[in-house]
Design a protein around this ligand. Structure first.
Ligand code: A2P
Length: 271
């Protein structure tokens, strides 16, 4: 289901209450997934791939906050987020009903490990995402720095059903046609979507496709090596653990902001 054209409100300045921003656009992609845009605090600087705490007022005035990757690139005037809807999730059960004009709490302290600074220079960069784990990569694939640093950028995205790939698919499509960054992206960004519970042109968990050689064969890549390849991983705890093992098997070492290396991992927001 992709019924919704985005609902946009009339542009308005960011509210003056501390840490409060205004929702400018909401788009429902499936009954489980939605994206939204909010005003950006003028002072907020972040690195593509980082996350911030956002949320709504909770009981007794205590804010209910969760970590959300910023899905928009650092040059964008607004901030974009991509979220799952959990029917009984304390935050998302309410957040899924936001509309343009609504206030949202945003703590302007971006952090995270899915950043270029945490990786040593390389030739090829892999983004491995499942579900809403595509959000930090939605930011990174729109960042010119990604294409300045790497000759080849591969985004894999695995979801249960085809419609859950729409957000990423549309993004990649739009990017290739973008007058500003399209030329940088062309010929460098490769997109590899797969589904696990509904038929689609490519099926299977990315871990399986990596282990059995299908992924590398499909992309006509000879192998993943610490000399050429760097990777960022964002998904469930299970996916992250499995990919860690696979990447270590290829000889890649985990990096951090304080000690850059070959790959980095972060858990996608799920609640
Ligand atoms: P599967 O359908 O086989 O569980 P979810 O919607 O539960 O967050 O999952 C998103 C996608 O991530 C699904 O396609 C799911 O596959 C896949 N996935 C979940 N756990 C792992 C894992 N440990 N390794 C690889 N893929 C995983």
């Amino acid at each position: 289901m992709n019924d919704a054209s985005p609902v946009r409100g009339t542009p308005r300045p960011a509210p003056t209450l501390p840490d409060t921003q205004t929702v400018t656009e909401v788009k429902h992609w499936t009954d489980r997934l939605f994206s939204f845009r909010v005003t950006r605090p003028r002072s907020l600087r972040f690195r593509s791939g980082e996350f911030v705490m956002i949320g709504l007022p909770g009981e007794k005035g205590k804010p209910l906050l969760r970590a959300y990757s910023i899905a928009s690139p650092s040059w964008d005037d607004e901030l974009e987020f991509y979220s799952i809807k959990v029917p009984d999730g304390p935050l998302t059960s309410r957040l899924q009903h936001i509309e343009p004009g609504d206030p949202i709490i945003l703590r302007p302290k971006p952090v995270g490990t899915l950043v270029h600074d945490a990786l040593l220079p390389g030739r090829r960069l892999w983004f491995f995402a499942t579900g809403t784990g595509i959000a930090p990569f939605a930011s990174l694939i729109r960042d010119p720095e990604t294409y300045e640093k790497y000759d080849e950028v591969i985004l894999t995205h695995t979801c249960r059903a085809r419609a859950e790939l729409d957000y990423g698919g549309q993004l990649v499509n739009d990017l290739e046609r973008d007058p500003l960054i399209g030329e940088l992206v062309a010929g460098k960004l490769r997109y590899y979507p797969t589904t696990t519970r509904q038929d689609s042109p490519r099926m299977g968990r990315i871990t399986t496709l990596l282990r059995d050689g299908t992924l590398l064969r499909d992309l006509e890549i000879a192998g993943i090596t610490p000399e050429t390849d760097r990777a960022m991983v964002c998904g469930s705890l299970g996916l992250n653990a499995d990919l860690r093992e696979i990447l270590e098997g290829f000889g890649l070492r985990e990096g951090a902001n304080s000690a850059p290396a070959d790959y980095v991992v972060e858990k996608a927001f799920t609640g």
